[in-house]
Design a protein around this ligand. Structure first.
Ligand code: SF4
Ligand code: SF4
Length: 282
């Protein structure tokens, strides 16, 4: 609770913690997690006793006190970039430079707000300031390659300290891999801002949406597609559907107004990771 009482994104403590995370913790931690879950250390990472220890010693502190992410549809990411105040920079994806095991584009780590200051200070040679148009171009190129987007949040129980926009893939995004391997309980991604709704009348059961869903949430049943497991709202299925049968619905505004210190209004109480019970189309 101590850490979570620090709500101001611009506070000195938050900026200092984010800088320490950026400079000394992030890449080694991501590299270690990839090594254990998908790399040469997989033999160890598959043992149930080890997964139990890793869930409590690595994933939970990382996810509950460090940072977590919310998947966001492509159009919403573009709108978020348009609405950003302050400078934006791009640098090499922290996951891909850690494990070097993925061929997706490298210069895709877009940092903003407190993230801009932290990563520019930590890695001045690796990050460069870019315009909003350039940031949107990077997101668009990644979108056209079938990648999904996650907005990272520092100290995630306070949901509004977004500091980075990541362009993710199933083979290389380590937070995604941790979530899939060690479960939502141990490394929670933030769901609930957007949900996919399928129009059964339009659906032709081609299964394209099933193939692209990174969260294995979709199934074909009764001659049509359904979001049957929990939908994280990444939007990939809606862009892949040739019949335009899937629409993304926003459940609540993820960008509450802030004052010039970056604080949200005093009356506002951000939710925890789940905004709703697991979502299934019936
Ligand atoms: S059903 Fe899958 S692909 Fe579609 S928005 Fe939800 S998580 Fe993303
Ligand atoms: S991609 Fe569209 S048409 Fe194909 S199964 Fe999914 S919802 Fe139906």
């Amino acid at each position: 609770m101590h850490v979570h009482s620090v709500v101001a994104e611009q506070s000195r403590l938050r900026r200092f913690l984010l800088f320490i995370f950026a400079r000394y913790i992030e890449v080694p931690l991501l590299h270690l997690c990839y090594y254990l879950l998908r790399g040469k250390g997989r033999w160890l990472g598959k043992r149930s006793w080890f997964r139990f220890v890793a869930a409590f010693a690595l994933a939970r502190p990382f996810g509950y006190l460090g940072d977590s992410a919310k998947p966001m549809p492509y159009d919403e990411v573009l709108a978020m970039i348009d609405g950003l105040d302050g400078s934006i920079a791009v640098g090499p994806c922290r996951c891909r430079i850690g494990h070097k095991a993925c061929s997706h584009p490298l210069e895709t780590d877009i940092v903003c707000r407190s993230g801009f200051r932290a990563w520019m200070k930590a890695f001045p040679k690796d990050y460069r300031e870019i315009s909003k148009e350039e940031a949107k171009d990077i997101v668009t190129q990644c979108h056209s390659r079938g990648m999904f987007h996650m907005v990272f949040i520092h100290c995630p129980v306070n949901l509004y300290n977004e500091y980075a926009i990541c362009n993710c893939c199933m083979c290389g995004c380590v937070p995604y891999i941790i979530n899939r391997e060690l479960t939502q309980l141990n490394y929670p991604l933030i769901d609930g801002f957007f949900l996919a709704h399928t129009d059964g009348e339009k659906c032709k059961a081609c299964a394209k949406c099933v193939e692209v869903c990174p969260f294995t949430a979709r199934r074909l049943r009764d001659g049509r597609s359904w979001a049957e497991e929990n939908c994280f709202g990444c939007g990939l299925c809606s862009y892949a559907c040739p019949e335009k049968a899937i629409t993304m619905t926003r459940l609540r505004d993820p960008l509450a107004p802030r004052d010039h210190h970056g604080n949200h209004p005093a009356h506002y109480h951000p939710g925890l990771y789940r905004q709703h019970p697991p979502y299934r189309e019936e």
